[in-house]
Design a protein around this ligand. Sequence first.
Ligand SMILES: [Zn+2]
Length: 249
Amino acid sequence: MKKHYAMKGRELVLRADGADLTAADLDVLADACGSLDRFAEASSEIEALAIKNIEDLPEGYRREPIRGYFAVREVGDIGQCSRAKALMEWRQLTKFCGRCGAPLKDHGTQTARVCPECGNMIFPRIEPCIIVLVYREGKILLAKHVQRNQDIYACIAGFVEAGETIEQAVEREIYEETRLRVKNVRYFGSQSWPFPAQLMLAFTADYAGGDIQLQADEIADARWFDPNDCPASPQPGSIAYRLIAAARR
Ligand SMILES: [Zn+2]
């Protein structure tokens, strides 16, 4: 089903009456709030508007953080919204050719941008990230990140670096953040996480050795918790939530 999204940064604009946005709503919001970009993609059945000013919405609309939206929507809607957000970010950051500097144009038929000067084609960017829940005798390892303003404990996560395998990224991130070694790394699932372009690849692993030593600039605390008695954890709609929920069974 075709979905319409209006967004700015990490927030969506929703109708206050709870109904889905329509193309007419995007027109209203573009007029009232200004439009930075608007695009439609037939294959994914999305149309999205990036608005200039989200501070002063017209009557009948409200703001909602995209992550909060994910927490209460169906998987299909989350997928469409993720794609709209990811493509919007990519379009806003992909305006000039990295090879020759000329302004890019939309490709006529594909979701890509093309350089009219040198023919360079640029496709939407995806950044693979690993996220891992480590088990030790029925307990799970959760960490509190220095940079997050929320006071939450979450799974170890990080970007896959150039030249390494996903498995190496799992072992490296755990070691860097906590100095622990792991074994039995097992694939759990994945999720698009367009903040701005991550593909989250989730794993579980078993403790293999070492004592927790925190990486000072990144991790404020890391501990083993009983999965049924752990502090505030990520909200529904995220793969981190699913990892921790699976540990409770
Ligand atoms: Zn070029």
